[in-house]
Design a protein around this ligand. Structure first.
Ligand code: NAD
Length: 260
């Protein structure tokens, strides 16, 4: 088992990438603290994982609130005796996010708070816990849009993910000699609730699909597999990286279907 003896804290664990990762990390031997705003689904998943013989617990937290982030890290240490993997993954994509002219200040503020400030807060309280455990791995979920922009305008979201990349790079260097690795996971467009709600018409979906060389949306389980590598000791010499798992979208000037 690739995470035997490790404890992981995963935010946004009730749905999508976080949920798939919680399931996979448990199967790989980790004790997992599931963190989310959605108490119903989070509690249900933790109960199922526990019933299946895994070590899992749920903690309700709003990742944009400092006191909640402090409490979630405390909960991980209290439940499982230490923290080795911190997966700052929770995020939102507001359907009112658009270009700079149309996007309300409130949408900007909420998006930056939940997608970017949350990563700062997770690290603020989580990195000391990793150090107390003798080192560990931080994985921050950014996005391919931080590298190339989005086909459908969403400036607040794109900027928030750019902040996650910049923060991850700097933290990686700060903590490199303390046994704490920090990497950013950059998923491509996925078939999760978050993106399917944003691309709410077939035309919008097709507009995104046309850019993906593989011709399909990614799956949450494919991001979980990438997170497992970043969490495990197999990636022991990897830090400060943008780990791009995107069906080829960031390499696409043309797609296989484009006219010559
Ligand atoms: P999702 O909507 O399926 O899951 C997100 C989870 O975060 C939900 O369970 C939600 O309840 C939780 N959450 C939202 N706000 C929260 C808050 N303030 N505090 C605690 N929990 C909160 O989305 P997903 O597709 O699994 O996205 C996970 C991450 O991946 C996000 O950071 C997202 O920006 C990023 N991402 C997604 C895609 C995609 O195409 N879906 C692509 C690139 C990056």
């Amino acid at each position: 088992m690739r995470l035997h003896g490790k404890t992981a804290l995963i935010t946004g664990a009730a749905h999508g990438i976080g949920r798939a990762t919680a399931e996979l990390f448990c199967r790989e031997g980790a004790a997992v603290l599931l963190v989310d705003l959605d108490e119903a689904h989070g509690t249900q998943l933790a109960a199922r994982l526990t019933a299946d013989g895994h070590r899992a617990a749920f903690c309700r937290a709003d990742v944009s609130v400092a006191a909640d982030c402090e409490a979630m890290v405390d909960a991980a240490e209290r439940h499982f005796g230490g923290l080795h993997v911190l997966f700052n993954n929770a995020g939102i994509m507001d359907s009112r996010d658009g270009d700079a002219v149309a996007t309300d200040e409130a949408v900007w503020d909420a998006t930056l708070a939940i997608n970017a400030k949350s990563v700062f807060l997770g690290c603020k309280f989580g990195i000391p816990a990793l150090l107390r455990a003798g080192g560990g791995s931080v994985i921050n979920t950014a996005s391919f849009v931080a590298l190339m922009g989005a086909a459908t305008p969403q400036v607040a979201y794109t900027a928030s993910k750019g902040a996650v990349l910049a923060l991850s790079r700097e933290l990686a260097v700060i903590h490199a000699r303390q046994g704490v690795r920090v990497n950013a996971l950059c998923p491509g467009p996925l078939r999760t609730e978050l993106l399917m709600k944003f691309l709410d018409t077939e035309a919008k979906k097709q507009r995104r699909l046309v850019h993906i060389p593989m011709g399909r949306f990614g799956e949450a389980t494919e991001m979980a597999a990438a997170a497992l590598y970043l969490a495990s000791d197999e990636s022991s010499y990897l830090t400060g990286q943008e780990f791009v798992v995107d069906g080829g979208i960031t390499r696409a000037y043309v797609t296989p279907d484009s006219p010559a």
